[in-house]
Write a protein that binds this ligand. Structure first.
Ligand code: 9UX
Length: 72
């Protein structure tokens, strides 16, 4: 089972920020895919809810120093 969510991510100031977030998220257990877009200030994450909680994914982005919330 996989879920796909869109996140609003604020605070990215250079292109490497997006790659940095993607890299970290992709390394998390249960994360299948992570795509972060600097210009759109957003990201799409595909994950297995049985393995990792959405809260943990959001927390990871915040710990890197960005603002992250579930896109409404
Ligand atoms: Mo660029 Mo982002 O030097 O965390 S990577 S500002």
């Amino acid at each position: 089972r996989k879920e796909t969510v869109d996140l609003d991510i604020k605070g990215m100031t250079c292109a490497a920020c997006a790659s940095r977030i993607e890299k970290v998220l992709k390394r998390m257990d249960g994360v299948a895919m992570a795509n972060v877009n600097l210009a759109a200030e957003s990201g799409t994450v595909e994950y297995e809810p049985d393995v990792v909680h959405l809260e943990d994914i959001i927390h990871k982005v915040k710990k890197l120093g960005y603002k992250a919330v579930l896109k409404q």
